[in-house]
Design a protein around this ligand. Structure first.
Ligand code: MN
Length: 165
């Protein structure tokens, strides 16, 4: 047997053991399904929202993915307070028609399928329309255990500057 063949056999015989040791899938815990209905809804905290807001948690941040996620439903007229996210946030509107605003800019109408990209540190709010509820999927980055910095509530005067609804 020539040297080339030994190298091939050596690689072939080493490969499975080597892959097994290096493959994170063999070390990691298995896939897990959090069954629908297993994570109770919670009310949006009154100090950080105006009106009725329901949060349906989906997943928490962990060592692999530094972001948490939830469905958030705002009843008509309800909205978050002004806030920032130290690691940013993504919103995907899934139902209803709502509103969002970045500080210093006009209020925008958001509808199902719209994707809102909130960069880190940008002050904003999100909520329902005056006569329509709105639900969005929220994916919120977490850095050093923090995902949001709450500020003052959105006043009726600020909220009522919306146009188009
Ligand atoms: Mn936000």
């Amino acid at each position: 047997m020539n040297r080339h063949a030994w190298v091939l056999i050596g690689i072939a015989s080493l490969a499975p053991a080597s892959n097994a040791a290096a493959d994170p899938d063999t070390q990691a815990p298995g896939q897990r399904v959090a069954a629908a209905g297993s994570q109770p809804s919670v009310a949006g905290p009154t100090e950080n929202v105006t009106g009725r807001v329901r949060v349906d948690p989906l997943f928490a941040a962990d060592a692999a993915i530094a972001a948490s996620s939830a469905y958030v439903t705002f009843e008509p007229g309800a909205r978050s307070a002004w806030h920032t996210h130290p690691a940013g946030q993504r919103l995907v509107v899934t139902a209803g028609v709502g509103l969002t605003q970045e500080w210093g800019k006009p209020i925008q109408v958001i509808r199902p399928g719209d994707v809102v990209v909130c960069p880190p540190g940008v002050r904003h709010w999100h909520g329902a329309g005056p006569r329509t509820a709105m639900t969005h999927l929220a994916v919120t980055g977490v850095v050093e255990g923090k995902s949001v910095e709450w500020m003052q509530k959105v006043s009726d005067e600020e909220y009522n500057r919306h146009v188009g609804l």
